[in-house]
Ligand binder design. Sequence first.
Ligand code: FAD
Ligand code: SF4
Length: 284
Amino acid sequence: MELLRPSDLTDLASAGLGNGAVALAGGTEVVPLVRDGLLHAETLVDISALVPRGIVVADGAVTIGAATVLGELELSESVPEALREACRLSASPQLRNMATIGGNLLQATRCWYWRLSYGCWLQGGSTCLAREGQGGEHAIVGNDRCASAHPSDPAAALLALGATVRTDRRTFPLADLYRLPTDDDRALTTLEGGELILELSVPLPDASVYLKAMDRARYAFALVGVAAARFGSEVRYGLAGVAPVPWAISSVDALDGATPLEQSAYKVQLARALVERAGAAVLA
Ligand SMILES: Cc1cc2nc3c(=O)[nH]c(=O)nc-3n(C[C@H](O)[C@H](O)[C@H](O)COP(=O)(O)OP(=O)(O)OC[C@H]3O[C@@H](n4cnc5c(N)ncnc54)[C@H](O)[C@@H]3O)c2cc1C
Ligand code: SF4
């Protein structure tokens, strides 16, 4: 395997990203996936010289370079509280020192069948093994094909905050970065091959909060994570751990249509309680 370090976006064109080559940011996800044979790459392309890093506030929004690490976001007073807290509650301090926000948004599912290469539906097979087997940490909505639970805390916060994404090709709402997989196309994101996330633009809310239920007090993925952001009288919510993609809702009533697996039914109650608590916190 070769490692390329292009110095600008023109150089990148010849690196073959998306065509056998894979972008490498902090490597906290890429390296384990390559090691475990879940990601096949002839070439890794270190994108650290191409993707901006840092936090700038201007015109009622904060612009975050995609190479900014979670540890910087949790410490910055310019960053809305929901995103700071979502970063603070992610992973461990060592990981947050390496893990970029761009890489965090694109991390793969933690579903144990997928991570252990069982050849489940999302891996091109015919069956969602979690539905028939161990589904206790799995999705409660958007789960008719794949019942994996999206692991990103920051993505839930950015969704509630109404962030937009700028890539090397286009700008679009963060919500459009994700898609539910279908039989024809099992991808969970809408990025084109080789497309790089460069920046996020995050509107500054009047109030925001992130609450996370874990099976231990720290260093665990969300069973359910709920971000709430208030802009004037409007409150928006972004949820982690409930669907194969980060999930936006505008009120707790949206959970009435939840379709949990038998073993993940407890998450509906958990999500309801956290949405109500987060909503009350931003309205207080
Ligand atoms: C033990 C452990 C615990 C964790 N706990 C949590 C948690 O509680 N909550 C949580 O939210 N996350 C958690 N994470 C996930 C962690 O935050 C991510 O692994 C990390 O943010 C990925 O960032 P990276 O820079 O290391 O990405 P990399 O590993 O370098 O890349 C990840 C993916 O994104 C792609 N990529 C990276 N940057 C870009 C870009 N700018 N444009 C396009 N593609 C890009 C890569 O090609 C790759 O597919 C945990 C991870 C580990 C290993
Ligand atoms: S939840 Fe998704 S990733 Fe997990 S076994 Fe089912 S199809 Fe595979």
